[in-house]
Write a protein that binds this ligand. Structure first.
Ligand code: FAD
Length: 506
């Protein structure tokens, strides 16, 4: 690939549509014609890398928060949306990736405000905290489904597989000794503070369900920072939460004024989605970006980023584009290879964030085949089971007279359970066996989809907070106009990804 230093003439006519110079340049004779690539010397341009939800949100916020720069978004695949992927078939919608967004917290409110600004209000479907899907969450232990305690009454009652009422864990926390540390695993923290059973039957399956990860390796300071902080300060999580209320997250006053946020609070929304699936969000956001004159380029993998005095040059197969700033919304492992030639140190640090692969099998059955409505169930890692959990999609958001379940498998354990390239048949067989054995569904699914989502969830392992701090410090030290957003750094959910994009461009 020809580098910018080989350029002898970078002038060219300004493209009136996008205020950039599209230049076919003359290059040093020593370079073969094949190496000739198009070079753009943009006037005040910002490049957003990655067209997942964080890239789309970053481009949107750049525009709406007043940037006067030209904005170019580059996406490697042929579609936008990243892991958000809602597939329609015969009137049914299958979510291959995320399916629900939480309404709570400032990140939740921020996504609602974005949805409102995009005119999505009419398309929202939501459920509140009294819905069966919010109330009934189960875990599978010794081949039996157990409902997790969900009310004050059940907190004071012994519910199997726990050997004591959950309230006893609070007592445990009051008397457990504080251990001074900067970070530790979620499992170790929960087990120290609340007892082994809470770690084993609540935190471990939850970690598998949300992060497809191993609670013994994931970081408490990254994933439950506040609980760790109050323990360090007050010696007990519960006492700390009570005494330290002033430091709890305060609702953002600007977001509080948003009508959709007010409605969600009033109606006590727990989670929401959109008709047509979460990809509706992507499609509407994409339309808005086009209307706003943002240049969206799909099927354009970024191959490298080079320094060019105070600017950066983004390299693709066809172009080298000089830009004032790069907002990277690439997964850290992808950014690592893109930045390697410019900064091996940054690349190495990015490589320390591991990823988990998840096998996702969507199963559709005719009619209502579940005995009881629920969110679904999770499987603790102590169980001899390849499945992380089963989500009862149509209990949360019904789709006529059909039942859709999603079986997730592998995660942190994918390779050891399935090897490198399991067949679709193998994953389908694991999924159908699981629902047959646990849910007693013996009929064949009328439709199914099997997908392996490779390296789809970043794992915030112990030390992650320090890693992401060091990454940003290193970028600052390098004095390059690069900022990081996306789910690799400050939260793995869609709300976090959108919030990270907003913060990166503010
Ligand atoms: C199975 C699953 C279930 C989930 N469920 C939920 C849920 O219910 N609720 C929730 O809130 N979150 C959920 N999540 C998490 C959520 O999907 C992510 O937080 C979010 O989609 C991340 O968006 P992103 O834009 O940061 O990253 P991505 O979606 O990974 O997007 C990154 C983009 O960068 C592109 N790219 C990569 N390399 C290059 C390159 N060199 N050049 C150009 N482009 C490149 C990729 O093609 C991709 O489009 C789930 C995730 C998975 C995998």
């Amino acid at each position: 690939m020809a580098g910018l230093d080989t350029v002898t003439d970078v002038s060219g006519p300004i493209n009136p549509n996008n205020n950039t110079r599209n230049i076919v340049i003359s290059i040093n004779k020593s370079i073969s014609l094949q190496e000739c690539i198009h070079k753009r010397k943009a006037i005040n341009m910002i490049a957003v890398l990655g067209g997942g939800i964080s890239g789309l949100a970053a481009a949107h916020y750049l525009k709406t928060l007043g940037s006067s720069s030209r904005i170019l978004l580059l996406e490697a695949s042929s579609r936008l949306g990243g892991w958000i992927n809602s597939v329609e078939q015969d009137g049914a919608v299958y979510e291959l990736g995320p399916r629900t967004l939480r309404a709570a917290g400032n990140a939740g409110a921020n996504t609602l405000a974005l949805a409102e600004s995009l005119g999505l209000r009419e398309k929202i479907i939501s459920i509140n905290y009294s819905h069966a899907s919010t109330q009934n969450r189960m875990i599978l232990v010794d081949g039996k489904l157990h409902k997790l305690p969900n009310s004050l009454k059940t907190v004071f009652t012994k519910c199997s597989p726990f050997s004591k009422p959950l309230a006893m864990s609070a007592v445990n926390d009051l008397f457990a000794k504080k251990v001074v540390n900067n970070d530790e695993s979620l499992f170790s923290f929960a087990s120290r503070r609340f007892g082994l059973e809470i770690a084993k039957y609540a935190i471990d399956p939850l970690t598998r369900g949300v992060f497809a990860g191993n609670a013994c390796e994931l970081s408490v300071t990254s994933l439950a920072r506040r609980l760790h902080e109050v323990e360090q300060q007050y010696g007990s999580v519960l006492v700390g939460l009570l005494k330290d209320r002033k430091n709890a997250e305060k609702p953002d006053p600007l977001l509080r004024k948003c009508e959709l946020v007010i409605q969600a609070r009033k109606e006590k929304w727990a989670v929401w989605s959109l008709s047509g699936g979460l990809e509706t969000f992507v499609k509407v956001l994409q339309e808005k970006l086009v209307q706003d004159g943002i240049e969206l380029k799909t099927s354009t993998p970024v191959k490298g980023i080079k320094k060019s005095s105070s600017k950066l040059v983004v390299q693709t197969d066809e172009e080298e584009i000089e830009v004032n700033k790069v907002v990277s919304c690439l997964p850290s492992r992808n950014l690592s290879s893109v930045i390697r030639a410019t900064s091996p140190e940054l690349s190495q640090l990015l490589d320390t964030i591991p990823y988990a692969t998840v096998g996702v099998v969507n199963l559709e059955y005719k009619g209502q085949v579940l005995d009881e409505p629920a969110f679904g169930y999770l499987v603790p890692s102590s169980q001899p089971n390849k499945v992380l959990g089963v989500i009862f999609d149509t209990c949360t958001f019904p789709q006529g007279d059909r039942t859709i379940l999603t079986v997730m498998m592998g995660g942190y354990w994918f390779k050891s359970l399935f090897g490198d390239t399991p067949s679709s048949e193998e994953l389908l067989e694991v999924a159908t066996r699981e629902v047959k054995e646990t849910l007693k569904i013996t009929m064949k699914p009328v439709h199914y989809k099997v997908n392996i989502l490779r390296d789809c969830i970043p794992q915030y392992v112990v030390g992650h907070s320090e890693t992401q701090h060091n990454l940003r410090k290193l970028i600052q030290h390098m004095k390059i106009p690069l900022c990081l957003a996306g789910n690799s750094y400050d939260g793995v959910g869609v709300n976090d990804a959108i919030m990270s994009a907003k913060r990166a461009v503010l």
